[in-house]
Design a protein around this ligand. Structure first.
Ligand SMILES: Cc1ncc(COP(=O)(O)O)c(C=O)c1O
Ligand SMILES: [Zn+2]
Length: 384
């Protein structure tokens, strides 16, 4: 069960980089680096994988971690829940909720950080940092503690206090910055450079996405096929890009054919760079938003993303769409998920409920489509 990792490849110019060394972005063009594996049809059979214990690390052949032992906090293998009362409400009988709130630290960010910190440790990196809306910072603090790393997190001052407290409780250093995650990133950059901290920012290192892609694999493990529609609350886009990468790997493994779900990017009306670019058919990148509005869905307040072109290509190639949701509707969506299903729903998950409602009423989602909503975080991370 050895990793089949062969190299890192730039998502933009395809230049190859040696995975045995620490890398951030492409040395040629600054694009995000993606892990590439020696994948042949049947290299790993689905039966073999299904016979293993469920969890984030069920497919070590397609994981970048080289060591045999992977310390874990129990991340992954989150439930894919039937939407019962919400399914009736939205007129979507085949609606399912992938409940990522059940990860350690209460969000899907655990998946990426588990891999990024494990690789940092393998590569001899001891001090890491990142700007975060909150959930990624909490996950970095937890997995940094697990792997014995020194963690520095820069967050917008609007980041909920419970998350800031959680990061500190796990031994990491928190600095608050006025503005959005982009301002936090700008404040962190010179400090990180002068202190030699290794950045774990979204897509500025190659391994977080390898953790996120497992969400795509798990949909297949649970359904025995891919869903028709996936609604994803999108900020930096690692979840969306990661799942799209997983589907491509699954096809090369011979598990599926060329069929793909229609992918839906869900953002907020106060910060919707990908929705704007999608509407203009700008497949090569999105214009950053100048004044991103504050929102309860703080993970979606990302004015510009390094992987914008990868998200846009995923939307184009999947015949998907992108939709911006008003604050009142996303809060209503979270309430509906909580009150009709008993799920601890984040505002980001609520945005996907609202998106499903709107796309169903326009007829973009068919009544019988197998539709998956991602609840990416836990409601308790938002309390004040
Ligand atoms: C709960 C939640 N959902 C969604 C997102 C957006 O995720 P991504 O950056 O993978 O697009 C975030 C990011 O912080 C988040 O915390
Ligand atoms: Zn490049």
């Amino acid at each position: 069960m050895r990793s089949l990792l062969t190299h890192l490849e730039c998502g933009r110019c395809e230049t190859s980089h040696d995975f045995r060394k620490p890398h951030r972005v492409c040395t040629e063009c600054g694009g995000p680096l993606l892990a590439r594996y020696r994948i042949t049809p049947g290299a790993v059979s689905i039966q073999t994988v299904m016979s293993r214990r469920p969890g984030q690390h069920r497919l070590p052949e397609l994981s970048p971690v080289q060591g045999a032992e992977m310390p874990t906090l129990g991340e992954g293998a989150t439930p894919l829940l039937k939407a019962h009362g919400l399914a009736v409400d939205l007129d979507l009988p085949n609606l399912l909720i992938k409940d990522e709130a059940q990860n350690p630290t209460g969000s899907f960010k655990a998946r990426g950080m588990a891999l990024a910190t494990a690789r940092a440790r393998e590569l001899g990196i001891g001090r890491v940092c990142l700007p975060s809306a909150g959930n990624a910072g909490a996950a970095a603090a937890a997995y940094g503690a697990l792997h014995g790393l020194d963690v520095h997190v820069y967050v917008p001052e609007s980041t909920p206090k419970p998350i800031q407290g959680e990061v500190v409780a796990m031994g990491a250093n928190v600095v608050t910055v006025d503005g959005s995650i982009a301002n936090a990133g700008a404040a962190l950059k010179p400090v990180a450079e002068s202190n030699g901290w290794f950045p774990l920012s979204t897509l500025k290192e190659p391994y977080r996405i390898e953790g996120k892609k497992v969400m795509g694999y798990e949909l297949f493990y649970d359904l025995g096929r891919l869903p028709d529609v996936i609604l994803y609350p999108t900020g930096g886009g690692t979840g969306l890009i990661g799942m799209w990468k997983a589907f491509d790997e699954m096809e090369r493994l011979g598990w599926i054919g060329p069929e793909r779900p229609r992918m839906v990017v869900v953002q907020t009306t106060g910060c919707a760079p990908i929705v704007k670019a999608f509407k203009r058919k700008e497949w090569d990148g999105a214009t950053p938003i100048k004044n991103p509005k504050k929102t309860a869905a703080f993970g979606l307040r990302v004015p510009g993303a390094l992987g914008d072109f990868l998200m846009l290509r995923c939307l184009r190639d999947s015949r998907g769409t992108a939709i911006a949701i008003d604050e009142i509707d996303l809060l209503d969506g979270a309430k509906a998920m909580a009150q009709k299903l008993g799920i601890q729903c984040s505002a980001e998950g609520g945005a996907c409920v609202a998106a499903a409602r709107q796309l169903r009423s326009k007829g973009w989602i068919d009544r019988n489509d197998i539709t998956v909503i991602f609840n990416t975080g836990h409601a308790l991370n938002y309390g004040e």
